[in-house]
Write a protein that binds this ligand. Structure first.
Ligand code: PLP
Length: 389
């Protein structure tokens, strides 16, 4: 009998399944589960954005677009970066509209990594980073960020991991899973490090609009000498509650964008026209809705930050994204044991920190992209769990 498993490429086999999925599968079979597990806004996409898509369909916009995306959308993306970050991108040559940041990450890696090239990836990090690097034929080199430094990566953390094969660095701030951000000074230090080692930097800024208090997002490409060296990735999934639309983009120098476009044109052809029309509306008129959602996340953030500490779990205050990363070492449980037990006993779903890299062990990720009522109930259950171990 044919062993189909033998036919699967060793590179694909070498990539482990996502550590997040397992808990969702168990949780989906249970009743009365409160999920702090998913990294997805609980809001519906604002109506004016949905309406623009409906209107587009009524007008018969159902075709392919240019490979790089609708010119209108590329222009809006460039206007926004000029307005907010003083960055000058050319909509004709410096922008590629992609099928979510997910596609942008995949093709950015495939564009810059040759077989055996290394890419530094600070951990804990979003689960796709290492997998995309491996699937591109590169070698992801995890760099642990220090918990005592609130998981902010520094050149001192990165330096020992540089080798002659290091070609690139991937940063993702505000960070999934920790909620950490990097200050302008932190980012400037990383920029100097990138110049010193002549690295391309992939900067995943999908949570850039989700920052709280007096924290203002600093766009990495806006730092001196970083614009051409950076592949800036962003999208609409999180800030505009548009996860299902599958729309994102990459900004970089014309050579890199042309090379990414080459892969994109053979694999995706273009991002869905419906989502591109909606994204134009999001950038033109969606900011007020986005600000409202951010202010709601902020209330939830403060509630969960206080509540987790009251439950006896140490955590640093997250300043961005919609995640908090409490330290669960005081319970004596591993992060997997904690996630499994709290799901079985209290019906609260969250994600073990080790799903985001080894240095996430001892932590769990809680998403606060859910209602105040759900968070309050989850906090009561977490407190009960911690007090009855
Ligand atoms: N980057 C990070 C850090 C994420 O957390 C996610 C989704 O959770 C993505 C990228 C993928 O986003 P998209 O929906 O745009 O593909």
């Amino acid at each position: 009998m044919t062993n189909w498993n033998d036919r699967i490429s060793p590179i694909v086999k070498s990539v482990p399944p996502s550590g997040i999925r397992r808990f969702f599968d168990i949780a989906s079979e249970m009743e009365d589960v409160i999920s702090l597990g998913v990294g997805e806004p609980d809001f519906v996409t604002p109506w004016s954005i949905r309406e623009s898509c409906v209107y587009g369909l009524e007008q018969g916009y159902t075709s392919y677009t240019a490979n790089r995306g609708l010119m209108e959308l590329r222009e809006e993306i460039c206007f926004m970066h000029k307005r907010r970050f003083e960055l000058d991108y050319n909509p004709k040559t410096d922008v590629l509209v992609t099928v979510g940041v997910s596609e942008a990450l995949d093709i950015a890696m495939r564009t810059i990594l040759s077989p055996g090239d290394e890419i530094l990836i600070p951990e804990p990090c979003y689960v796709s980073y290492k997998a995309c690097a491996t699937l591109a034929g590169g070698i992801p080199v995890p760099v642990p960020a220090k918990a005592e430094n609130d998981f902010r990566i520094t050149p001192a953390d990165l330096e020992p991991h540089v080798s002659p094969k290091t070609k690139a660095l991937l940063i993702g701030y505000p960070n999934n899973p920790t909620g950490a951000i990097l200050s302008k000074e932190d980012l400037e230090a990383i920029a100097r490090f990138a110049v010193k080692h002549d690295l391309i930097v992939i900067s995943d800024e999908i949570y850039g609009d989700l920052t709280y208090g007096d924290t203002k997002h600093v766009c990495f490409a806006g730092l001196p000498e970083m614009k051409d060296r950076t592949i800036l990735l962003n999208g609409f999934s999180k800030a505009y509650a548009m996860t299902g639309w599958r729309i994102g983009y990459a900004l970089s120098n014309p050579d890199i964008i042309a090379a990414m476009t080459k892969i994109h044109q053979y694999t995706m052809l273009c991002a869905p026209i419906t989502a591109q029309i909606a994204a134009v509306e999001a950038l033109r008129h969606g900011e007020k809705y986005m600000r409202k959602m951010v202010s709601e996340y902020d209330k939830r953030r403060r509630l969960i930050y206080d509540g987790l500490q009251k439950a006896g779990l140490k955590c640093f205050e997250p300043k961005g994204a919609f995640y908090i990363f409490p330290d669960i070492t005081s319970t004596g449980l591993s992060s997997e044991e904690f996630a499994e037990k709290i799901l079985m006993q209290e019906h609260v779903a969250l994600v073990p920190g080790n799903a985001f890299g080894e240095c996430g062990e001892g932590f769990v990720r809680c998403s606060y992209a859910t209602s105040i009522e759900q968070i309050s109930e989850a906090l009561a259950r977490i407190e009960h769990f911690v007090n009855h171990l």
